[in-house]
Design a protein around this ligand. Structure first.
Ligand code: ZN
Length: 405
């Protein structure tokens, strides 16, 4: 079943309209996004709910198409409405003007991450529900959540999970964001790395800057940094030495903060090094923590560490044929003749919160032959690729929402 003819200009116009909304941190215009989405839902004759979460009363929009059998577990199509800041001087076009150039590349912050996907869901629904008058066995919910791009989604999706409205969704399977693939393939994500932020405090003898003080904090922090960064090098070589490996398959380590010192002629008694570590689901987390403990021990006495963030969720979604959701999802892409690359998401998305509480989730943004430009300057998506994504969802939604098991 194909999309057939649909109003492509209208779909692109909606995408551009959404890109023009400045839902950008640190002060996102969520009010305009909510107005835009509620108007959109009305246009598509979808039930729509606004759910407030958290102390700052952020709003989550949930649109719903009731299924013929509402007792069946539903399909959730999730996207986030917020985008990351821009460095204006590096953009060739105004990132809030949604300029389409002569190659039909549409520029804007959020063009890939992930306003494209939000519009593709809704335009596929326009084709299926409004134009073709189709209905589905299972209920479909389309959620638009704020604050994915700050505090690791803790203020958006994470808070939504605790609401009665979320529990009432009765989710069976969810789709969330993925990444573009520069080749003629689709990247799909079935899990994520666990982010660990580790702060290592090194204490030593203080003294005058002119002397050879023994057992200084600096010597200890040097050893700590060497241990973390030589592990970083070995993981980087492992990634670069094997063309079948992706970033999501190895542990990345970065020294992100270094604190300490009082004034130039004083040897301080403390240096603090902070590392951002991303650990794939295949790694034994307890063994990895032991490794950190031993690096700190080897650096000398009075070297301690604490976690600023320690995610222990290693749940993945099965991509085997015995998972009927996966089989339905992959079947559609196979019938369309596009290759699939299965990956672990290298960073974090809202999908991990859903996986953690047991839902199967696939991260998928249908962008093949497209450079990965999320959070980058000059983020764009080609019009043809954007429109193809609508066709993909036109096939995916019936396959998932009519799935028998
Ligand atoms: Zn995103």
């Amino acid at each position: 079943m194909h999309c057939g003819e649909f109003d492509k200009d209208l779909a692109v116009q909606k995408f551009q309209e959404y890109l023009k909304i400045k839902s950008v941190h640190p002060d996102p215009d969520y009010a305009s996004a909510v107005t835009f989405l509620e108007r959109y839902a009305k246009e598509l004759r979808l039930d729509v709910k606004r759910i407030e979460v958290g102390a700052n009363r952020r709003e989550i929009i949930v649109m719903t198409i009731p299924g013929k059998d509402p007792s069946l577990p539903s399909i959730l199509l999730n996207s986030h409405t917020d985008v990351v800041p821009v460095f204006l001087e590096h953009w060739k076009y105004d990132p809030w003007a949604a300029v389409k150039d002569d190659k039909r590349d549409i520029y804007g912050r959020g063009a890939q991450d992930m306003k494209c996907v939000g519009i593709q869901y809704l335009e596929a629904i326009r084709v299926l529900k409004v134009i073709r008058k189709e209905s589905f066995q299972r209920t479909i919910h389309i959620s638009f959540v704020p604050d994915e791009e700050i505090n690791g989604g803790q203020l958006g999706m994470k808070l939504f999970l605790d609401t009665a409205e979320f529990k009432a969704l009765n989710i069976g399977f969810a789709l969330d964001e993925g990444l573009a693939n520069p080749d003629n393939k689709y990247s799909v994500f079935y899990g994520e790395r666990s982010p660990w932020w580790v702060r290592v405090k090194c204490h030593g003898n203080p003294g005058h800057g002119s002397r050879f003080i023994s057992n200084t904090a600096a010597e200890k922090v040097q050893k700590v940094i060497n241990s973390f960064l030589s592990f970083r090098s070995s993981e980087e070589s492992r990634l670069n030495g094997d063309s079948c490996m992706f970033l999501g398959d190895v542990t990345s380590v970065n020294l992100t903060m270094l604190e300490g010192g009082v004034q130039p002629n004083v040897v301080p008694e403390e240096f603090i090094a902070t590392f951002d570590i991303r650990i794939p689901p295949s790694v034994d987390l307890n063994a990895f923590e032991d490794k950190i403990t031993s690096w700190c021990k080897e650096a000398g006495d009075d070297v301690t560490f604490e976690f600023l963030s320690k995610n222990k969720n290693q749940k993945t979604t099965s991509t085997k044929e015995d998972n009927p959701w996966w089989a339905a999802f992959a079947g559609v892409l196979q019938r369309r003749g596009v290759g699939i690359v299965k990956e672990i998401f290298p960073a974090a998305t809202d999908g991990r919160f859903l996986r953690e509480i047991g839902y199967p989730v696939i991260g998928f943004s249908p962008m093949r032959n497209t450079p990965i430009l999320l959070h980058d300057n000059n983020e764009f998506l080609n019009e043809e690729i954007f429109l193809e994504g609508i066709e993909v969802y036109c096939e995916l939604l019936p396959a998932l929402a009519n799935l028998k098991m």
